[in-house]
Design a protein. Structure first.
Length: 123
């Protein structure tokens, strides 16, 4: 039985978060997040989806489709289960759990089988 997970945020690495947020705002019409700054900018969609942009020092742009420099993004999923239940199930499915967990008991950072990080958060 699959988990009940809802995609709630997508975060992209970039060298200039405000500039990339401005581009996507123009392209999509999404509203700017009120706490955006030079290190992290975001956009809000009316249904609650958040699109974020985080500054990365020495950022190297993806070279799609050849993947010499892979694509970079971070997914967050809202879960119906408790963090412990969802984490256990995801680990069973092949996710990994990094030692560094910066969000305390508000969220968990996991990695997919290919190593891409994602978060799970409770409703």
């Amino acid at each position: 039985m699959p988990l009940q997970m809802e995609l709630v945020a997508i975060t992209l690495d970039c060298p200039d978060p405000p500039a990339l947020a401005a581009f996507y705002r123009q392209a999509t019409g999404l509203e700017p997040h009120p706490s955006s700054d030079a290190e992290f900018a975001g956009l809000n969609r009316g249904d609650g989806l958040f699109l974020g942009f985080q500054r990365v020092e020495d950022y190297r742009a993806p070279t799609w489709p050849d993947q010499i420099v892979p694509q970079q993004l971070h997914l967050c999923f809202k879960i119906a289960e408790s963090l412990d239940e969802a984490e256990a199930r995801l680990l069973e499915l092949g996710a990994g759990k990094p030692d560094h967990q910066p969000h305390g008991d508000k969220a968990r950072v996991l990695t997919d089988p290919a190593g891409h990080p994602f978060c799970i958060v409770t409703r």
